[in-house]
Design a protein around this ligand. Structure first.
Ligand SMILES: Cc1cc2nc3c(=O)[nH]c(=O)nc-3n(C[C@H](O)[C@H](O)[C@H](O)COP(=O)(O)OP(=O)(O)OC[C@H]3O[C@@H](n4cnc5c(N)ncnc54)[C@H](O)[C@@H]3O)c2cc1C
Length: 429
């Protein structure tokens, strides 16, 4: 059997290793236009801040691929012919496949702001290795930067620029930072923290026009409010979109809406072609969704490979989990937090005197989401409690089991328990 995988990210690489583990004799080829080897995209910021080399970002020893006889091809795929079962590469080469996995990931979302198309220098994104190289090239000639986009990638770029000593203005369209994931109370903690790092974070500001100097380099942005913000570097971090545009014009395009439409077993509309990871779009509770998170891409890569091997698989999106750091503030989120379900009730407690908080959401007597700031937590406990439909009382009573850094913990469980007791008491309610 000849398997070909387009994309060497976590979805593609997990798929390749899963295929090899089950099929010692198969031919497996993985193609990427971006990099020779799989790297951790989530750690891009540490390379920008010189805390890690690019090589440090690679989760596997390079020799793994040779040892596992996974052929790596560095090229862009530009055409797909599902009738002939061939791919055409930018270099002109043709590669034949018997079973194909599309694992092409995401690219930074671009908007057509006036001025943007004409910018010759100074506009950056922060998703790919090319984006990182562009950031590193523009950094030395920048004293002021504007970053647009109130999500995780935006704040990471802001932190990198602040680390490099730039004066950073951070424009967020919503009234508070990252409303998709944080409630106002947590957002306030993060906002204060980001500002304490010297970043000028502005809410309710939306870009109207990109301003350019005579040489074509960005010199600022004008917001819809009329305010102008000067900069020599404009970071656009307004989200990511599935990297599927190239597939819309190939000889035999798969069905694509926002991403490549797949069945619960990752089949696309084309025969012998599967898709997984950030580029795949699948049905969930009557809606079409694209999951753009690391652990989902990994799980999807593994399951898609099993489907390609002939196993009967059915993907159920895992309980949502994400963890990150906003400068020094740790963040762990599990379950339904961004959009608390109807009829749910929420316990929130800010730890006095600290940039730390605990949020627990319960629906019909069972905890459905947990959001923690300011300390490290083992999310597997939260996942288990959500799966076991544990009550809010249970979760609060067992919270200390989920805490990592017991010795130096910044969230005193006793303070959470006291706050919870008060919240539950009839007097306070
Ligand atoms: C800065 C940043 C921080 C992040 N932080 C987090 C986090 O904290 N937590 C979290 O869960 N997720 C995070 N993510 C998201 C996470 O990195 C992605 O969900 C995950 O990497 C997706 O993996 P993938 O294998 O689907 O795609 P990708 O890693 O995007 O890999 C796809 C590969 O396919 C290649 N490719 C595409 N088209 C072609 C073509 N035509 N020919 C050849 N090659 C092609 C691409 O160049 C790319 O190398 C972050 C992302 C970014 C950018």
């Amino acid at each position: 059997m000849r398997y070909v995988i387009i994309g060497n990210g976590v979805a593609g690489t997990t798929a390749a290793l899963t295929l090899r583990a089950r099929e010692p004799e198969a031919e497996i080829t993985m193609i990427s236009g971006e990099s020779d080897y799989f790297f951790s995209r989530t750690a891009l910021m540490y390379a920008y801040m010189d805390r890690m080399t690019l090589r440090d970002l690679e989760p596997h020893e390079r020799k793994v691929f040779a040892k596992q006889r996974i052929d790596l091809v560095r090229d862009w795929v530009v055409d797909l012919d599902a009738t002939e079962r061939t791919l055409r590469l930018k270099s002109g080469k043709t590669i034949a496949y018997e079973r194909l996995l599309l694992a092409t990931g995401s690219l930074g979302t671009r908007l057509d702001w006036p001025g943007l198309q004409s910018a010759k220098e100074g506009v950056v994104h922060f998703v790919t290795l090319d984006d990182l190289a562009q950031c590193e090239r523009v950094t030395p000639s920048t004293s002021e930067a504007v970053v647009v986009g109130g999500g995780l990638i935006g704040v990471e770029l802001v932190e990198c620029l602040a680390f490099h000593g730039k004066k950073v203005t951070y424009l967020v369209r919503s009234p508070w930072y990252w409303p998709g994931a944080l409630a106002m109370e947590e957002s306030e903690i993060i906002t204060e923290h980001i500002r304490r790092h010297g970043v000028d974070l502005r809410g309710t500001e939306e870009v109207d026009e990109v301003l350019l100097g005579a040489d074509g380099r960005v010199r600022g942005v004008r917001a819809k409010s009329g305010a102008e913000f000067g900069c020599q570097m404009l970071g656009i971090a307004i989200g990511v979109s599935p990297a599927v545009d190239w597939l819309r014009t190939v000889k035999t395009p798969p069905k694509i809406e926002r991403g490549i439409r797949v069945s619960p077993s990752f089949e696309t509309s084309l025969p012998a072609v599967w898709a997984a990871g950030d580029c795949a779009e699948f049905a969930q509770d009557g809606e079409w969704v694209v999951e753009q998170i690391w652990y989902s891409a990994k799980r999807q890569g593994e399951l898609a490979a099993r489907a390609m091997l002939g196993d009967r698989v059915r993907y159920e999106p895992p309980i949502f989990y994400n963890s990150a750091k906003f400068f020094e503030i740790e963040y762990t989120s599990t379950g339904s937090i961004g959009k608390p379900p109807e009829g749910s009730r929420t316990f929130f407690c800010r730890i006095p005197g600290k940039e730390a908080s605990v949020r627990i959401v319960e629906q019909n007597g069972a905890v459905v989401g947990v959001n923690m700031l300011g300390a490290r937590w083992d999310h597997t406990f939260f996942e288990r409690w959500i799966t076991e439909r544990r009550s809010m009382d249970y979760v609060v009573n067992h919270l200390r089991e989920a805490q990592f850094d017991v010795e130096f913990a910044r969230v005193e469980i006793a303070a959470v328990e006291a706050s919870y007791k008060q919240w539950r008491s009839p007097v306070s309610s």
